[in-house]
Write a protein that binds this ligand. Structure first.
Ligand SMILES: N[C@@H](CCC(=O)N[C@@H](CS)C(=O)NCC(=O)O)C(=O)O
Length: 204
């Protein structure tokens, strides 16, 4: 049985939940007490020395990092469409996996963590980075339906969760119609599970 160390509000964990569901793979979610700091304990660092979730365990294989887990699941259990092998096609997917690990992790993610979870990030800088990213993505999606191919790939899965909840970081998605259509399209895939939305924070 595949096990995923997980916490519900995490977009990084959701990438993995989404692909597991799209591929119809039986799995067990192992909830990690994120607010209690379970991911930083010595016991957890034995499965991920970086002290981060998600972590996927499949038999004897333990993997950290959501992008690497998507690569593994796509190659091990998916057909070739999720991660094409032809050099250029694969590189086009990897370009967006890097965006998921960099521009999205440094824009939409901290903006949301600042607004929803009260974490100390530079909100204005994260919002500015989010708009820069969304401008590029909206232009990229103007004449295509999916990020890296003419069909969904793990590039779309990796980029989806934090963009679906970008308004939670007080980043308006209205000016980006192509990104909004792309989000709807991912959520309409057979067996897709939407990224859980958080309630708006209550004012003090
Ligand atoms: N590169 C990692 C990043 C994962 C990540 O940042 N996970 C967050 C939860 S969403 C985490 O565990 N952060 C540790 C912390 O804030 O202490 C991935 O893509 O899986």
């Amino acid at each position: 049985m595949i096990r995923l160390y997980d916490t519900e509000p995490s977009g990084s964990c959701h990438k993995v939940r989404l692909l597991l569901s799209l591929l119809g793979l039986d799995h067990e979610l192992v909830p990690v007490d994120f607010h209690g700091g379970e991911h930083r304990t010595p016991a957890f660092r034995k499965i991920n020395p970086f002290g981060e979730i998600p972590v996927l365990v499949d038999g004897a294989i333990t993997l950290r990092d959501s992008q690497s887990i998507l690569v593994y699941l796509a190659r091990r259990y998916g057909d070739e469409s999720w991660l094409p092998l032809q050099p250029e096609a694969m590189a086009r997917v990897m370009q967006w996996l890097s965006v998921a690990g960099n521009e999205i992790q440094n824009g939409p993610n901290p903006a949301r963590r600042a607004v929803v979870f009260g974490r100390k990030f530079d909100l204005a800088a994260a919002q500015k980075a989010s708009h820069r990213l969304l401008t590029v993505m909206d232009a990229h999606l103007r004449d295509r339906d999916w990020l890296a191919a003419d069909h969904p790939t793990i590039a779309d899965i990796a980029c989806y969760p934090y963009l679906a909840v970008v308004p939670e970081g007080s980043v308006d998605l209205t000016p980006y119609p192509n990104v909004r259509a792309w989000i709807d399209q991912i959520e309409s895939l057979p067996n897709a599970v939407p990224m859980p939305r958080q309630p708006a924070p209550t004012p003090d």
